[in-house]
Design a protein around this ligand. Sequence first.
Ligand code: HEM
Length: 456
Amino acid sequence: MRSPLHGAWRRGRHALFAVTGMVLVTLVSASGAQADAAFEGSSPGNAETVAEPLTEIELRFSDPISLNETETRLLDADGTQLVYEPVEIDGGNAWLLEPAISLDEGIYGVVWQAEAADGHTVRGVIRFGVGDVVLAEPAVEDEGTEASVDLETELAAAEELGTGGGGGPVASIASAISNLGVIIGWGVALFVAFVALPRMTWIGRYLFRIMRIAGIVAVVGAVIDLASQLLGGSSWNLIAAALLRFLAGAALAGVPGMVNGSPFVWVLSGAVIASYALDGHTVTAGPLWLMVATDAAHVTFAAIWGGGILALAIALVLVLRKRRQEASLVPDGSELAVRFSRLATYSVFGVAVTGVVMAFFILPSPGALVTTAWGWILLIKVALVAALAFFGYRNHFNVIPEIEYVLVQRDSGSDVVKEEREHLGQLRKTLGPEMALVVAILIMSGLLVQASPIAG
Ligand code: HEM
């Protein structure tokens, strides 16, 4: 026998295919996105020749960075590492490398690596000449001074690593996976704790299974994230964020039943909110307190809405399937639909307002919306949210008032189970495509956090 979930899947599959296609296209473009602080140039510049002796090399960035002194190397023509003193200037927007002995005639290179404020790694190389030398690629001889194979090998190897570390494709995929697990698992937990009434014990039995699955997905995402952070040498805040998401996922997978009437749901909420406050552009943009508060509200509304849609869909599938218990389950289903609809309405506004506030502080200029990977991902995300809000709008103004009316009739003693089933069936039909949209939005949000709003 075909399960009712099968029907919902069939109805939602066109939407799912469409959004999967969009997600894949964006995934490919987002993987080339840079980390946040862009390299703005150096003095001497790349491929520039300056008069001898040279006493300092300046590296400039669009935003404050922390120079990785172990990975940043000053090399001479033989590829030998020279001793230098790093000096931070302009609040970390620029760094001076002061060689212990001033640089005489010759060809030199700098392999630099730094961490942006959000922990993403940026790296690059510059090569320059001092005195009467000719710089060319590949290196050519000039009066006995040349860029030896050793220097070129070192610089080429460093160039192959690319310009960005922490915010690369692996981090984007990890972020998308953990968003799916954490937000959906947490949202379902909030639904069980605050939308379902204590008498609806049947709901827990089924939704705990979903929380377990979401918890496992969150753990997988967090483990990939942690491995990429540890291998990439990321900063403590990104590692702490991944650890918190790992713990939240493990708790959802291991003890989902604890959300019922225990402080666990508050601990879980605290851990998830803190994890999101520690990474992404929350830590690089705008006044920190405002970004942290807005981000906390944004993810909470996102979980209530996104996780709630999934929880309600599953609850309605069960309500409509269990014919023998319909006298008790159908009224529960109607009550859940009405209670969730109220919360979802606040959440739509909440998520939109907080999202726009964050975008305002993160975007360096309005033009960046169409000139950066971050801007394009945001536009696609907003289009998906608009489609989801359209479904919500239709339900809120068509199906939910019908259910409310039937509830009033039931309270006055009429037998309205048939009408109730009909309206709940109508509502369930739209929840398939809505679930597909939530999944796509969460994947987009993961890509957004790892992309750069700085054009380059
Ligand atoms: C008009 C609607 C929305 C706008 C304008 C918006 C905008 C944003 C922005 C600007 C960010 C910060 C990205 C960054 O750090 O680079 C963000 C993060 C996020 N959004 Fe949305 N969003 C919207 C709706 C939603 C919805 C409906 C959901 C889920 C159902 C959602 C889930 C998330 C998640 C999980 C994050 C990651 C938070 C973090 O890493 O700190 N958003 N959103």
